[in-house]
Design a protein around this ligand. Structure first.
Ligand code: GLY
Length: 505
């Protein structure tokens, strides 16, 4: 296996060459770190991931909403982001470059524990551990807090910020939700939309973006619902790969497959509703095509949690590029947000329980889509081999950007006509398909392998005689002839995974 750096370079250059993502954007002006463009295949892949996410949330009874991406400063004062959404930074006293202090310490003094340290403690660590500027080897100044929100202005003089999360904008709709849900809790909603974070010096390409697409599901509920959550019964016998914070404190980083009922009994999760959210997050990532072996659920250390979180677990995905990557946070936000917005807006953001006002609790599932997108390309990568003279991508069929390619054997009218008819049928059934007439069939297979298309259909002279077409399976490279009337149904079963190619034959 190549070194970590090498592998992420391989994935990034493959992604650029094959039209998944380009950047940093805008490339022709030199590029700004933390911004990327999605190419045609990246956009298709992102759409497919969004479809999976949307359908998982809808199945779990969440309703989708969409809010503005810019809000006045007072919203972010209330949410705590103006004061609490900060990174510790330090400036080189010689060349003036600014760095994230915690990252620099971890890079230059691996193994040192600084999670949750104050700016004073980080300044002391820099001095004690002789941490220096990685560019010019100069000394570093005191560590200061730096706010990650991007500032803008509404009209002439109203300060505003681009949202650093969709969640806060969802909470502002609480009163509207009460009407929509006829005053009945729990209420479950989600957003998929852009969020912005002014990272100091974003590295790791697509993994640390200044503009990205977030998906965030929110459940508003009462404390009693958190403890009596009927849906927990459906998942109580499921096993999840858990790493508790206590295990991490003992340096035990291997996940332990744990039955959900046991996780509650042992107190890994305090609340069945929260445990159910962690399970839902895991399910969403499985539906995006990640395999069990590349997934783990890691609890945040108490010092690691965001300012609003009473408990937090991350879904982490293993990559060959960067090792374990944090991809999703599940947060128990308590009634922090609604209480703050009630206080700052002076609006009543509560429900009545036994005639008394109660501010509901919030549970949240939060993730950006670009990280899983990158991780999926990483996890799908297959090197060229004796059998195949190109690097290829083994995307799960359900999320592959192109699901079916259709090839007429030759560009002759007698083959183009039936091939076009079959292509249209495939499109009509909802698949993303590509029609390709260029070059030998071998070359066309190769091109589709390179972008991870699971199935190719070839129309030849036998099709004209007996109505059969060839279906070729990307993974095994096996081929089978089936009648064109059975094609769409067959492809549906293959793509949904209800039939395997060897039984389809
Ligand atoms: N809404 C939580 C997050 O942005 O991570």
């Amino acid at each position: 296996m190549s070194s970590e750096r090498d592998f992420s370079d391989i994935i990034t250059s493959l992604a650029k060459k094959r039209g998944f993502f380009w950047g940093p954007s805008p490339e022709i002006y030199g590029g700004s770190s933390g911004f990327y463009d999605l190419g045609p295949l990246g956009k298709l892949l992102k759409n497919r991931l969004e479809n999976q996410i949307r359908s998982a949330f809808v199945r779990a009874n969440f309703w989708e909403v969409e809010c503005p991406t810019v809000s006045p400063a007072e919203v972010w004062k209330a949410s705590g982001h103006l004061d609490g959404f900060i990174d510790p930074v330090t400036k080189c006293l010689k060349c003036g470059q600014i760095f994230r202090a915690d990252n620099l310490i971890e890079e230059q003094a691996p193994g040192v524990k600084i999670s949750g340290n104050s700016v004073e403690e980080l300044t002391a660590s820099i001095q004690m551990l002789n941490i220096i500027c990685p560019s010019c080897k100069g000394g570093l100044g005191p560590v200061e807090d730096y706010n990650l929100m991007m500032k803008t202005r509404l009209g002439l003089d109203q300060d505003a910020y681009l949202r650093p999360e969709t969640a806060t904008t969802t909470y502002l709709l609480f009163k509207r939700f009460l009407t929509f849900f006829r005053d009945k809790l729990p209420m479950s909603v989600f957003q998929i939309g852009k969020a912005y974070r002014n990272e100091i010096s974003p590295r790791q390409g697509m993994l640390r973006l200044r503009e990205f697409t977030q998906t965030e599901g929110q459940i508003f509920l009462l404390e009693k619902d958190e403890l009596e959550w009927p849906q927990f019964e459906d998942i109580k016998n499921e096993n999840l790969p858990l790493i508790t914070y206590q295990a991490q404190e003992k340096d035990k980083l291997d996940p332990v497959m744990t039955k959900m009922s046991k996780a509650i009994k042992e107190g890994y999760f305090q609340k069945p509703a929260y445990a159910w959210c962690v399970h839902l997050a895991y399910t969403i990532f499985r539906q995006m095509g990640f395999s069990e072996k590349n997934m783990r659920l890691r609890q945040h250390l108490p010092t690691e949690r965001a300012h609003y979180a009473a408990d937090a677990w991350d879904v982490e995905i293993h990559t060959d590029s960067f090792g374990w990557v944090e991809c999703c946070g599940v947060h128990d936000r308590g009634n922090y947000d609604l209480t703050r917005h009630q206080e700052f807006s002076k609006e009543k953001l509560h429900v009545k329980v036994n005639q008394k006002p109660v501010v509901p609790e919030v549970l949240e599932i939060a993730f950006g889509i670009e990280r899983p997108l990158f991780c999926l390309i990483d996890n799908s990568f297959q090197s060229e081999s004796k059998e195949r003279d190109t690097d290829w991508l083994r995307f799960p069929p359900e999320v592959a950007p192109i699901q079916v390619a259709v090839f007429p054997l030759m560009g002759k009218p007698e083959l183009l006509e039936p091939a076009t008819e079959i292509f249209n049928r495939i499109l009509d059934s909802g698949f993303i398909a590509q029609f390709d007439t260029g070059g030998s069939i071998g070359k066309r297979y190769r091109r589709q392998d390179e972008v991870g298309t699971p199935f190719c259909v070839t129309i030849d002279y036998t099709t004209i005689e007996d109505g059969t077409v060839t279906v070729r399976d990307r993974d095994s490279m096996d081929q089978v002839r089936i009648h064109k009337e059975n094609l769409v149904e067959g492809l549906k079963n293959l793509i949904r995974g209800t039939t395997q190619f060897h039984t389809f034959k």
